[in-house]
Design a protein around this ligand. Sequence first.
Ligand code: ADE
Length: 221
Amino acid sequence: MKIDILTLFPKAFSYLDCSILKRAQEKKLVEVNLTNIRDFSKDKHKKCDDYPFGGGAGMLMMIQPLYDAIKSVKKRNSTLIFPSPKGKVFDHHDAQELAKKKHLIFICGHYEGVDERLFELFDIKQFSIGDYVLTGGELPSMVMIDSISRQIEGVLAKDSLSEESFASGGLEYPQYTRPAVFKKKAVPQVLLSGNHQEIASWRKQQAYNETAEKRPDLLKK
Ligand code: ADE
């Protein structure tokens, strides 16, 4: 999958060079390309923001640099994504669906927002990562890219996806590693039993309990 990111702050994306996302890029499963929207400004000072018509607080991102930046990377099969508190709340299912796409373009807004005509000129999916407001689309883009990339075959170890939270609609069971006893706290005995059937059944029950306690809304779905 190719991921283009259009942003005024390319440096913010250094996180993508760490851990699993770094390996996904090394394995050529994901190719990330950063574009600085400012490079497309036709203003002599490379200005990309301006006051809103009609007045009001803050600045808006101007349409021209955004339009040209999108045009420079967009192909026929591209899916355009704009992180926004106005978007659909991004979930596990969205991550799975977007992981099937060949080319994603993340358009990062900043300041008070963007000129609304952007959404008339292009077909853009808007996603929110929760009911709170962030300063720009950079962090939400990284959140979505992380979550989408781990759904791409080969990015994670085999079987990691089928067990994790939300894969079957609920939360994952609790897990433990060595030592078996720490500060007098022992791991559940069944996990040391070597009985795979009992372990599977214990985990299923624990996953249910965990979901019922922490996210009962998921059980209703
Ligand atoms: N931009 C600002 N706030 C946001 C949010 N909650 N989700 C996605 N993009 C945003």
